[in-house]
Design a protein. Structure first.
Lengths: 483, 306
């Protein structure tokens, strides 16, 4: 294969020692994350359709709404979210530290454990073994598989960070190191106090809120911001605007973000919702700091956005982070909780945080990392943009109708004259719009998965061809030598 | 911040403070709650649920009912209600006092009102006004009761009699407060729908009981079987034609469905407690002794402002 036809994959810069060291675990993590995304959005779609026709799959025990919905959320949070976050964390540790990954075999084993555990967890939820705690529904037996998997990946990431050849730490490394350490603590606390030795009464709900808030706000916040602070300067080829602002963001995110938001109507002492609301107000500061830092780093050179489709993902991700933080903060300042608690609004906020901010950031990161890892272009480069527009449209159609629908629902719930059935009917148009959003997102995920699988397929074809060429080189030489 | 150890310490400090504040401190506070006494009856609350209802909690958890139904109700505050328990002997004085309290009533209206038993003199007033009215009526020799009535949209919808408090969930594990109301709140569904048969029919086909309901059917909790000798007493009755089993067949709830229905009818969080006071209305005659005790309650002792 000496001359390359236009149909053959064009090699980029050849992967170096760093890329080779972490290629296998990262390919496993990213491709499985994309597969989970597709599984998750299938579940989301099924759950969504049930609002329009409640009898849809109504006789199927495994697919009743109360099982499909948590299975969807768990696929999104653990199958995709934490997995993609770990992949990006690994990459940042290796690149920024300029060190090859230690023990890539064990890290890959960790990724396999993680996927096995999440699979067992999702099947457990569908079989009716859900724990009943929101965002931690995977049954206790799945935790025994998931947790060692995480520890394997995190341990060797931290050791690789420790052996880094570039000693000064970049902003993203602070975020990554903290995230790696954060999850084991919150997860083991939640598993111990909820499943192994359950605490009593409402204390269970408090621990569950604490865990879920820490996972969604802090862990996803840390992993997502680490990617934004690394890739945005890199793609725009400008230095990060301010390291101090980033430090400030880091401190407030881990200090204030780790207090969970609790609705005021919850049957707990009043200081808990009050502290949670204070945290949301404090989070306004890091939110604005992120906005300033990203905007100043991007500068006014918008042509970058056209040149790097990945930058579009980071832009939307950062914007969603800022919007989510602002809405939360303003809701706390204006005391909007009594209006929107227990409505669709909270789900809109959750999707904005997890999907709008975190997932978009991860897409951008994967689109940047994979070509470097394999030394190849994506097989369908145009599909990256298609994915972006599908994801953006899906996100807007998911979050905006649910958010507005939630406020409308809250206003009606306040007025006891409006019958409850009428309130529910009133939310249906908003739910219809959000189902379209779910559908667009699902299409986007298919496009993402196709591109990833195409890339991996191409990569192994190139490797197989070159291995074949190397193995048969002597034969050809001998044949040429013969007269 | 160029040292990994420093970052680690920062993260450790932040997470430790959050853990201390939101896990350890609540555990020392709400985690240590024990059964309490109702006010003023002094009964132990909450009672352990019956065994079948406990199994029902598991069915509730397994099928994720909490994703559509919350189990927490809120109140805006409490108001008072003045009830004329006994007009006493001095009718004229009571009439005069009553007319002062209710300036909008004519004499004839007031007379008619006194003739009624347990007249609600004032509804939804502040504590002070209720106290004054009560005092004036007492001075005229009448017996009055002062009721504490929690109010708010949730109460007006009939979802509860008072706000829910931490004690209500002592026997739940897992505690499923729910985060969304796609369906009505279930904290007190046992008070609204005390009939397990209704619950079973509703689970089997929600729309035969509640028109326009968006609830999913739970037909997999039931089985269709051949009627052997005679119809099972549990079999669902009066099903509409399209859902009815063929002739010779019946639809019976599995144990899961029965347990879930038992759990639902057992859901009530209405005991008057120190942190959530309310006065329960007089129960209809021929009810159990515990409820009878509550009617004898001296209403004055219930005025713990909250």
């Amino acid at each position: 294969m000496t001359e390359s036809s236009p149909h053959e994959p064009r090699p980029l810069a050849a992967p170096g020692e760093l890329e080779l060291s972490c290629r296998l675990p990262l390919l496993v993590l990213f491709v499985s994350a994309a597969v989970w995304l597709v599984i998750g959005s299938t579940f989301f779609l099924i759950a969504s359709i049930k609002f329009h026709s409640p009898e849809f799959l109504g006789n199927v025990r495994w697919l009743t709404y109360g099982r499909v919905w948590p299975a969807a959320v768990n696929s999104l949070l653990y199958g995709f979210g934490v997995q993609a976050g770990l992949g990006v964390a690994l990459w940042l540790v290796v690149r920024l530290g300029d060190t090859p990954l230690l023990q890539r075999g064990l890290v890959t084993l960790g990724a396999a454990f993680w996927n096995l555990g999440v699979t067992v967890g999702a099947l457990g939820i569908l079989a009716g073994d859900s724990t009943g705690y929101e965002n931690l529904e995977a049954p206790g037996y799945a935790a025994w598989i998931v947790f060692p998997g995480y520890l394997l990946i995190a341990l060797f990431s931290v050791l690789t960070l420790h052996h880094r050849r570039v000693r000064p730490l970049y902003v993203s490394q602070w975020f990554v190191l903290t995230a790696l350490f954060w999850f084991p603590w919150i997860y083991s606390t939640a598993e111990l106090l909820l499943l192994q030795h359950p605490v009593r009464g409402v204390m269970q709900a408090v621990v569950a809120w604490w865990y879920s808030g820490n996972l969604v706000v802090v862990w996803f916040g840390l992993a997502g911001l680490a990617a934004i602070f690394y890739f945005v300067p890199r793609l725009t080829q400008r230095a990060l605007y301010s390291r101090h602002l980033a430090l400030f963001t880091f401190w407030l995110l881990i200090l204030a973000g780790s207090w969970p938001e609790i609705t005021k109507s919850a049957p707990v002492p009043a200081w808990m919702p009050a502290l949670g609301a204070m945290s949301a107000m404090l989070m306004l500061v890091p939110t604005l700091a992120v906005a300033l830092n990203v905007l100043r780093t991007l500068g006014r050179n918008y042509s970058n956005l056209r040149a790097h489709p990945a930058l579009l993902f980071f832009g939307v991700g950062a914007a969603a982070f800022v919007v989510a933080g602002l809405v939360r903060g303003l809701m706390a300042l204006l005391d909007g909780d009594p209006l929107v608690h227990l409505t669709w609004f909270s789900r809109a906020m959750m999707q904005l945080q997890v999907y709008g901010f975190f997932a978009m950031t991860m897409f951008g990161a994967v689109y940047c990392i994979l070509p470097q890892l394999t030394g190849l272009e994506f097989p369908w480069a145009k599909l990256v943009r298609v994915h972006f527009w599908l994801a953006l449209a899906g996100l807007v159609l998911l979050v905006v109708p649910l958010g507005i629908g939630g406020v409308v629902e809250g206003l009606k719930l306040r007025n006891p004259e409006v019958a409850f059935a009428d309130i529910m009917k009133g939310t249906l148009p908003f739910l219809r719009a959000s189902t379209v959003g779910d559908l667009l997102l699902a299409l986007g995920h298919l496009v993402f998965l196709t591109n990833l699988v195409g890339m991996v397929n191409r990569f192994y074809r190139v490797r197989a061809l070159s291995a074949y060429a190397a193995a048969t080189a002597d034969l050809f030489k001998a044949a040429e030598a013969r007269p | 911040m160029n040292y990994g150890a420093l970052i680690f310490l920062a993260a450790f400090f932040a997470l430790a403070s959050s853990w201390f504040g939101f896990v350890l401190t609540p555990q020392a506070q709400v985690g240590q709650l024990r059964q309490t006494n109702t006010v003023p009856a002094g009964e132990l609350y909450p009672e352990a649920p019956p065994g079948l209802a406990r199994q029902g909690l598991d069915v509730y958890r397994a099928n994720g009912c909490a994703y559509c139904h919350s189990q927490q109700v809120d109140q805006k505050g409490t108001v008072c209600r003045v009830v004329l328990a006994d007009p006493g002997t001095n009718q004229n004085a009571v009439l005069a006092a009553l007319l002062k309290v209710r300036e909008d009533w004519t004499e004839a209206q007031a007379k008619e009102a006194i003739a009624k038993s347990r007249l609600h003199v004032l509804e939804g007033v502040a504590k002070e006004a209720a106290d004054n009215a009560s005092k004036a009526l007492k001075a005229a020799g009448a017996k009055t009761e002062l009721w504490v009535v929690p109010v708010g949209p949730d109460m007006a919808r009939g979802w509860g009699k008072r706000r829910t408090v931490a004690e209500d969930y002592l026997f739940d594990s897992p505690v499923m407060l729910g985060s969304q109301r796609i369906g009505p709140d279930l904290a007190n569904v046992g008070l609204r729908r005390p009939d397990p048969k209704w619950q079973l029919r509703h689970l089997y086909a929600p729309r035969i009981e509640v028109k326009d309901s968006t609830m999913a059917p739970y037909r997999f909790l039931f089985e269709m079987r051949k009627i052997e000798h005679e119809r099972s007493p549990d079999a669902l009755e009066d099903l509409p034609a399209e859902l009815a089993p063929g002739p010779g067949y019946e639809i019976v709830p599995k144990t899961e469905a029965k347990a879930l229905a038992a759990y639902l009818v057992n859901l009530h969080m209405d005991a008057p407690l120190f942190d959530a006071p309310l006065t329960l209305p007089a129960p209809p005659p021929a009810t159990n002794a515990a409820a009878a005790l509550l009617t004898n309650a001296a209403p004055q002792s219930m005025e713990k402002p909250k």
